[in-house]
Write a protein that binds this ligand. Structure first.
Ligand code: SAH
Ligand code: DHB
Ligand code: MG
Length: 241
């Protein structure tokens, strides 16, 4: 709907203005033929504010593309903060590094290249300290698996956000899953999330310049004072997938 897009532009003009680093990032991505599926400016600003509300010092992103959302997220971090973003496509990773460098964020943000599931398992095996915020935005088929692995990189209070969970309402269509594995993957993930005792969650639907879609938001739960899982850096066992 045209009015939704126009209002999105209006909100963006007021509160999510892109600077040179963000516009140049989008420009270079377009030149390189990358798909135009970065978050919108308004969603970028929303994620930026969520990161600040969460007091995030360490953020993990799954699905980098050209680094557009990574710039919004990394800019929410304190000076000594850290963002790790995972990307399977070497060309995307290269463009993302260039875009992050132009935004003066290469000291804060690191692009790790490879299939995300393997990289997540490496982080877990390496005993990576828990992240304060995790943004899931890679292949939709694997969201449930990414969520399960994300829980192992979380602490009670970690904010997990996942993009593209509405898909213009196709998640409501019982047949869509059969023909579109991405919609099936999203529905599998949101079912897991809804039944997950280890996280409190909801979803928000968006309309705007990118059509009708939405984000899922989850806060990883503690297990109550005195429980063996209540320690500050205790990683909850993943029981949700
Ligand atoms: N977060 C970005 C958009 C990400 S688009 C932004 O808003 O700016 C999804 C990205 O996930 C693509 O770059 C795609 O190459 C990557 N991707 C797809 N499958 C993946 C996988 N298995 N592991 C890691 N990255 C993957
Ligand atoms: C697609 C992926 C995204 O992350 C997105 O925001 C929009 C579309 C896609 O794969 O079609
Ligand atoms: Mg997305």
């Amino acid at each position: 709907m045209e009015i939704f897009s126009a209002v999105d532009g209006y909100i963006g003009g007021l509160f999510a203005k892109e600077d040179e680093a963000l516009t140049a990032a989008l420009h270079d991505m377009r030149e390189a033929g990358l798909p135009e599926i970065s978050v919108s400016p308004v969603l970028g600003k929303f994620l930026h504010m969520l990161a600040k509300l969460a007091g995030a010092r360490r953020i993990l992103e799954i699905g980098t593309l050209g680094g557009y959302s990574a710039i919004w997220l990394a800019r929410a971090l304190p000076e000594d903060g850290q963002l790790i973003t995972l990307e399977i496509d070497p060309l995307n990773a290269k463009i993302a590094r260039r875009n992050l460098a132009r935004a003066m964020l290469l000291g804060t943000a690191e692009v790790r290249e490879g299939p995300a599931a393997g990289l997540l398992r490496q982080l877990i095996a390496a005993g990576e300290p828990p992240f304060d915020m995790i943004f899931i935005d890679a292949d939709k088929e694997s969201y449930a698996e990414y969520f399960e692995l994300s829980l192992k990189l979380s602490r009670p209070g970690t904010l997990i956000a996942a993009d593209n969970v509405i898909r213009a309402g196709r998640v409501l269509d019982p047949d869509a899953g059969a023909t579109d594995p991405r919609v099936a993957g999203i529905v599998r993930f949101t079912d897991v999330l809804a039944g997950c005792p280890d996280a409190e969650a909801t979803m928000v639907q968006w309309v705007g310049t990118k059509g009708h879609d939405g984000v899922a938001l989850a806060i990883v739960k503690g297990r109550g004072p005195g429980s063996p899982h209540s320690g500050k850096n205790q990683v909850p066992a993943a029981r949700c997938a």
